[in-house]
Write a protein of this length. Structure first.
Length: 130
């Protein structure tokens, strides 16, 4: 039986971002991304308990709009240089959720999701009813 608990598949993506933990800025970078979370690497800090709130600000490659996400730290890992954190997204604006969903959709299919600053060039995905 698999230990995988994610709802969706992450894909490799390296980008810099701002993380705000306890109202303090931490610069970091991702190694993977999905619609529901990412893996965040930062310089060493004290480990934090699961479910600690974290604010994230990032710009997806090829887009111009900053995405703001409320997340929670799910786990910490360490190596000789970095503190790695699994972060699950828990809140974001509908517009940002749509932009992220479309980005992930096209990236998983090996297609370039957007071209420099042209968010409108992407054919919107159908809206799913809840």
């Amino acid at each position: 039986m698999s230990q995988e608990r994610r709802f969706d598949r992450r894909f490799p993506l390296e980008m810099y971002l701002n993380a705000f933990v306890d109202e303090k800025l931490q610069r970091g970078f991702t190694t993977n991304l999905s619609e529901t979370g990412l893996f965040l690497n930062t310089l060493m800090h004290e480990p934090l308990p699961p479910f600690t709130p974290v604010g994230l600000e990032f710009v997806l490659p090829g887009t111009a709009e900053a995405i703001w996400v409320g997340g929670e730290i799910r786990y910490d890992t360490f190596d000789d240089y970095f503190l790695g954190r699994g972060v699950r997204f828990v809140a974001m604006a509908s517009r940002h959720a749509r932009l992220l969903r479309e980005y992930c959709y096209f990236s998983r299919r090996g297609r370039r999701p957007f071209h420099a600053g042209a968010e409108a060039a992407v054919t919107p995905l159908p809206v799913l009813a809840h």
